[in-house]
Design a protein around this ligand. Structure first.
Ligand SMILES: Nc1nc2c(c(=O)[nH]1)N[C@H]1C(S)=C(S)[C@@H](COP(=O)(O)OP(=O)(O)OC[C@H]3O[C@@H](n4cnc5c(=O)[nH]c(N)nc54)[C@H](O)[C@@H]3O)O[C@H]1N2
Ligand SMILES: Nc1nc2c(c(=O)[nH]1)N[C@H]1C(S)=C(S)[C@@H](COP(=O)(O)OP(=O)(O)OC[C@H]3O[C@@H](n4cnc5c(=O)[nH]c(N)nc54)[C@H](O)[C@@H]3O)O[C@H]1N2
Ligand SMILES: [Mo]
Length: 812
């Protein structure tokens, strides 16, 4: 096909950003103009009837209302809490705030046990340092003051950057935290281009977001659960979705991950029917019309078959396709090859079920798709995301009430670029690891490529890495594949590493020289936006209620340490609030005034593609090069990827590598979220731990029988990359032949010294997950689709709950 002509011979109006980025990665490929956009929003008095006082007295206690983020772990929805403090300023009770229009007082166990987190005896409350020779020695830490910590960091920072350049610093980021989603840590505080989310292939959220950004021109469509409407589900503008497809997500357990999971139940009560796509039976699937229990890693095949059914049977929204989609005929041609019969063979889901579920989704109006992490965690994940966008679009569910919600042109992604060009300059940006090889990844999210960063630490290619900084990451227990390899790489290359956390973790214990204490949600101020502002529902405000130790919040650290290391970039702010306002609030509101609102609904309207609200040029259409939803992607083609979705087997699977089956007969998926924990956190919260004392692997009864494993027995799980020990949970919820392992385990009550490191390598399923198995654009990794063997062992590693209670149990 002629590159510059569209399918009907129309000229493609190519956005210049793409070509420029390839040759000159100082410009972001997607949203060059969003880089400096500030999120502007308006509060209308009559839309919000939530103005209860933010602080009041009740029965001799002070109640502070706050909409927190983390720590402890949470993703931004901003459930509102009522924190009860006594005369001495101590937190005595936590309750859910019924005034939050979305959560309505419902809370997860991690918030309810906040007291045990804040006052936990193992929490670190003061800065500490340790001789770099003594990394991994648990009792070699020495308490210091913040001033000493900052002078030490400044001294080493100046020495290292002088000798090796600022690019020799890597910031390790984990899941979306208050400070972790945006660049101030890297680009403003430390002035390094190498801000690195250390999960191979950035296999969380960003593959989905990249599919959205490149194909739809908007960041992350979320199901519309009426969060932004004053009347919620009864608002005249809202429509109850007839059907929600829950695809590779378990929003009750992973709640709140942008989507507040109970909203799905609220909607079920109002008549919404469900389709669930998951290799495990979940609570939701037991109430669904269809559970498509597919083999892990085969989602793209299933989704292409849905598109095949919907297109061949003419069940799509013809008007939306005609006016607003680009490349429909090419897509139709492509999915012809994926018949339901072929998909049935690949996925293991019966053909009739595939067809019936596709029809049910396509004929429901409106319908939405809650798409989850399972789509990202495979090399073929971008194509799965592509199919999701196509399914949302061709069935007319984009930006309609009860469909998929997107933000307007001013929203989202802007924080990722905050301070970026100003802090770094073009020359340094061009040095970002992976920018040349994977521009679709590095350019979109302004991160160095994860796997290539690991390689740089191992080989000094493209240059030596000398200093590290943890910003909300526990890579040895949780974030990273092949964790021991990461530890060795860090300790091989880095002369100086700074940790910043609430607790000592296996990662900070093994690799850090300075430890800075982090403030919890009850001890900090801030702003929380659903989906980091990109598909806005509510905006929440964190109000400080207690002081415990000397911890700083992420933004306080950015501000305070930024002023020490690179004062010229920080002199425009007079205080931390100034910085928060600038970063999160635009120019209309001061934090002091608005934070008293505690939580605000944000109305952004529907069908914004008709009204010019999606494009900065103000024209109708989507913010893509063709102005439409690109089912055939111009961006993908430019980046050297197939412009249409295609199915690829996971790298190791019964179909791709049948020769491995004798040794590794089971398909392994990992990390489905448990209710008790947020990733590697909360293991020292005795209540949480009691819910889930040991690291579990779920095995189907038939499978268990075939290998002679009984319930509660410890097993060795292994494959060609590594092994770990987990405890068998025999359950029919997993498909036969598939096993599911929990992730992120360590045992804070056990020995912290290297090489044991709180037992993290003993029970870390990521020992079995390889790096460098991502897709063509640099995204995706096989965390949820590998092969493994499971064998019973004699040893018993049962957690001693008495010890956990004794060490970390309730103090107050
Ligand atoms: N096998 C397997 N591995 C996985 C996954 C899987 O599904 N399977 N999931 C992956 C995914 S999706 C993700 S996102 C990663 C997550 O990986 P991480 O983000 O590393 O996970 P956490 O353990 O939640 O957080 C790391 C540290 O951040 C600290 N922290 C908490 N809140 C804050 C805060 O507000 N600020 C700062 N500075 N620090 C904070 C915590 O105390 C914790 O020690 O794990 C990945 N690992
Ligand atoms: N309690 C708690 N909540 C959390 C987190 C946490 O650690 N704890 N982590 C947060 C983070 S960072 C993230 S990214 C989100 C993730 O949360 P979700 O998007 O909900 O993802 P998971 O919980 O990893 O998996 C969801 C479902 O996918 C299924 N699954 C496994 N393999 C496949 C597959 O190949 N295909 C399909 N279709 N399904 C599959 C699993 O069985 C599981 O039921 O949760 C966030 N919320
Ligand atoms: Mo994640």
């Amino acid at each position: 096909m002629d590159e510059t002509k569209g399918k009907r011979g129309k000229e493609r109006s190519v956005e210049k950003g793409y070509q420029d980025w390839r040759d000159n990665p100082t410009i972001r490929p997607w949203h060059p103009d969003r880089l400096n956009a500030r999120s502007e929003f308006t509060i209308s008095e009559d839309e919000n009837d939530l103005n209860k006082p933010w602080r009041y007295e009740e029965d001799g206690l002070t109640v502070t209302r706050t909409s927190p983020w983390s720590p402890p772990g949470c993703h931004p929805v901003g459930c509102t809490l009522k924190l009860y403090t006594d005369e001495g300023g101590k937190l005595v009770k936590v309750e859910g705030d019924e005034n939050n229009p979305v959560t309505q007082g419902r809370l997860c166990v991690r918030c309810i046990t906040l007291k045990d987190y804040i006052y936990n005896p193992s929490r670190i409350l003061h800065p500490m340092k340790r001789d770099p020779e003594k990394r991994g020695v648990a009792d070699a830490w020495e308490e210091i003051t913040w001033d000493e910590a900052f002078s030490l960091i400044k001294k080493r920072y100046d020495e290292i950057t002088e000798q090796y350049g600022r690019e020799s610093i890597v910031v390790f980021a984990g899941t979306g935290r208050e400070g972790g989603t945006m660049a101030p840590f890297g680009s403003r505080m430390l002035c390094t281009p190498n801000y690195c989310y250390s999960q191979s292939g950035y296999a969380c959220y960003v593959p989905r977001m990249a599919a959205s950004s490149y194909l739809l021109g908007a960041a992350y469509p979320e199901i519309d659960y009426a969060g932004g409407l004053p009347g919620r589900y009864d608002d005249p503008e809202y429509e109850i979705p007839e059907c929600i497809v829950v695809w590779g997500k378990e929003p009750l357990a992973s709640n709140p991950d942008g989507l507040f999971g109970h909203a799905v139940i609220d909607l079920m009560r109002r008549g919404t029917r469900l389709i669930v796509v998951d290799p495990r039976k979940t609570w939701m699937s037991s109430r669904a019309d269809y559970l498509l229990q597919l083999r892990p890693g085969t989602d793209t095949a299933l989704a292409m078959a849905w598109l095949n059914v919907i297109i061949s049977e003419g069940l799509y929204d013809k008007e939306f396709v005609e006016y607003w989609c680009y490349g429909f005929e090419e897509l139709a041609e492509r999915v012809k090859e994926m018949t339901p019969a072929k998909a049935a063979e690949i996925t293991g889901v019966p053909e009739e079920k595939i067809v019936a579920a596709a029809r049910m989704y396509a004929t429901a109006t409106p319908a939405s798709i809650a798409w989850g992490l399972a789509l990202d965690q495979k090399a073929n994940g971008m194509q799965a995301g592509h199919c999701m966008i196509a399914l949302m679009a061709i069935c007319g569910n984009i930006d309609v009430p009860g469909g998929m919600r997107i933000g307007d042109k001013t929203m989202g992604l802007n924080e990722a670029g905050f301070g970026f060009e100003e802090g770094l300059g073009k020359e340094l940006i061009a040095k970002m690891i992976g920018a040349k090889e994977y521009p679709a990844y590095c350019g979109l999210i302004l991160n160095s490529h994860c796997d290539l960063t690991l390689r740089a630490m191992e080989t000094d290619d493209p240059y030596p890495i000398k200093m590290g900084f943890y910003a909300g990451n526990n890579l040895l227990s949780c974030t990273s594949a092949e964790p021991e390899r990461w530890m060795k790489a860090i300790n091989r290359s880095m002369e100086f590493v700074v940790g910043f956390d609430t607790f000592m973790t296996p990662s900070t214990q093994a690799t850090c020289d300075v430890f800075l204490p982090l403030a919890t949600i009850a001890e900090r101020e801030g702003v929380v936006q659903t989906h980091y502002g990109s598909s806005p529902v509510t905006m929440g405000f964190m109000n400080k209620a207690v002081t415990q130790g000397e911890g700083m919040s992420d933004l306080e650290l950015c501000y305070n340490l930024g002023k020490v290391l690179n004062p010229h970039l920080w002199e425009k702010y007079d205080c931390v609030r100034d910085f928060i306002e600038h970063l999160r609030l635009g120019s209309k509101y001061s934090f002091e005034d608005i934070s008293k609102e505690v939580v605000l609904q944000r109305y952004v309207g529907y069908r914004k593609y008709e009204t010019g609200l999606l494009r900065r040029d103000g024209k109708p259409g989507f913010n893509t090069s063709t102005g439409r939803v690109e089912l055939w992607s111009y961006a993908f083609q430019r980046f050297g990827e197939d412009p249409l979705p295609y199915y690829e087997e996971p790298q190791y699977s019964p179909r791709a590598t049948p020769e491995l089956l004798e040794q590794y007969p089971f398909v392994l998926t990992t990390g489905a979220r448990p209710f008790a924990f947020f990733h590697s956190e909360n293991r020292q919260i005795a209540y949480c731990r009691e819910l889930n004392p040991d690291p579990l692997i779920e095995i189907n009864p038939e499978t268990a029988r075939s290998i002679g494993v009984s319930d509660g027995q410890w097993v060795k799980v292994s494959n060609q990359f590594g092994s770990c020990v987990l405890k068998a949970k025999i359950t029919p919820i997993v498909k036969e032949g598939v096993v599911h392992a929990q992730h992120a385990w360590w045992f804070p009550e056990q020995d912290g010294n290297a090489p044991y490191l709180y037992g993290t390598f003993r029970s870390n399923i990521n020992n079995l997950v390889p790096n460098f198995h991502f897709g063509k654009l640099g995204f995706g990794a096989p965390f949820k689709c590998l092969l493994c063997n499971v064998e019973p062992i004699k040893e018993n590693y049962d957690t001693d709950m008495n010890l956990v209670w004794e060490k970390f149990g309730e103090l107050v």
